[in-house]
Ligand binder design. Structure first.
Ligand code: NAD
Length: 270
């Protein structure tokens, strides 16, 4: 535990989608671990103002809320620049966490829907990575964490956009890990595990869903160990072990087909 805390002590961190859910919990937990400064970047101004003020009251002068729409590259560049200024020129950790669940029947989705899905769940992170690289190189290192989802490993019916965008982000993240390794810039993919947040709007989260604080602690522990793929709960761990195992294909097919049929009948199962 103290090794985890040590990793965040005196660090400057940015969390996109930081005004709610898992992003907010990541920010709050890093502050509790002794992070020097944490920037919440989000496009929900109401949540951003409220949460930045709340955290600043608990951790004076260590929190900044910045409006940023991650689908706009200029917005992301500007946000990263301001975050580094707030950090006295440093930016040690970037959590590309902003994202959405994006359910729906494939045939009802247009190219525009797909472009918007990739703009948020994929390009939002790509813009963040690009913007932060110059700063991390100049300071001799850093850590970029892309929040994916178990859906990248275990794709479910009526979540094609979510599965495709998060699988693409995982591919980008893991390939980049080796590209940047020798520059002391760490790159990690992380699934939060099933977590009770606003992402479940309208659908009750499964009974085994964990709290944002719990997911944040698991992610932060894995990131501190520089894990390649941090897995947020046992279900994601199981998916990672078996999702592409040819010997498990029959069982997985049966399970995913059952999910597809139940969802088609209007029952939202996971
Ligand atoms: N909750 C879960 O069960 C779960 C499981 C797997 C992965 N995830 C992933 O975790 C991440 C966080 O999700 P969450 O569950 O905390 O949901 P959430 O809805 O509570 O948080 C998402 C945050 O992202 C912000 N956001 C959305 N679009 C944005 C944009 N264009 N620019 C800037 N900010 C934007 C929202 O305002 C919100 O504050 C997402 O990437 C999600 O896909 C969540």
């Amino acid at each position: 535990m103290s090794e985890t805390r040590d990793y965040y002590r005196d660090k400057v961190a940015v969390v996109t989608g930081g005004a709610s859910g898992i992003g907010l919990a990541l920010a709050e937990t890093m502050l509790a671990y002794g992070a020097a400064q944490v920037v919440l970047a989000d496009f929900n101004d109401e949540n951003l103002r409220r949460e930045a003020a709340r955290l600043n009251a608990a951790y004076p002068e260590r929190v900044l809320g910045l409006h940023c729409n991650v689908t706009q590259e200029e917005d992301v560049k500007g946000m990263i620049q301001k975050a580094a200024e707030f950090g006295g020129g440093r930016l040690d950790l970037l959590f590309n966490n902003a994202g959405a669940g994006l359910g729906g029947v494939f045939e009802a989705q247009t190219n525009d829907d797909w472009e918007k899905a990739f703009a948020l769940n994929f390009y939002g992170a790509l813009y963040g990575i690009r913007a932060v690289l110059t700063i991390m190189r100049a300071q001799g290192g850093g850590h970029i964490i892309d929040i994916i989802s178990g859906i990248a490993l275990y794709p479910m019916a009526q979540q094609t956009m979510y599965a495709a965008t998060k699988a693409a982000l995982n591919g980008l993240t893991l390939a980049l890990r080796y590209e940047l390794w020798d520059e002391n810039i760490r790159v990690t993919s992380a699934t939060p595990g099933t977590t009770v947040t606003a992402i479940w709007k309208g659908v009750p989260p499964p009974p085994n869903a964990q709290s944002p604080a719990q997911s944040a602690r698991t992610i932060l522990a894995g990131v501190a160990k520089n894990e390649r793929l941090v897995l947020g709960d046992d279900s994601d761990l199981n998916s990672a072990k078996h999702a592409f195992d040819p010997d498990a294909a029959k069982g997985i097919d049966e399970y995913l087909l059952n999910v597809a049929r139940k969802r088609r009948s209007g029952q939202w199962v996971v």
